[in-house]
Design a protein. Sequence first.
Length: 121
Amino acid sequence: MAAQDQCDVFCYDEEKVNRLKQSMPADDIQGMAHMFKALADATRMKIAYALSQEEELCVCDVAHIIGATTATASHHLRLLRNMGLAKYRKEGKLVFYSLDDEHIKQLIVMAYEHTKEKSGT
């Protein structure tokens, strides 16, 4: 860690630290970490972004969008589903995926907007 990344003096606000330590939701934090871990993969982020732009997509369409095989797309979609970020429905032999809820969609859209702001595009 660089010297400019550290405090020059030790300052400890015991009241603030204790309040935050008591309110830290350990199980929820773990769930949030898993969610971000699932989205940390570029392929899954491409899928999540595509699903944020459309109500739902067929596995075959997702495969074409991300430039992968149907098996690869299905694998990533299944992981997103298992992590609680996506849901699916079957219609005959077709499987359609969508984001699990509006919160996930908002998270993806906000991440995209933040990235655009930082890159200046």
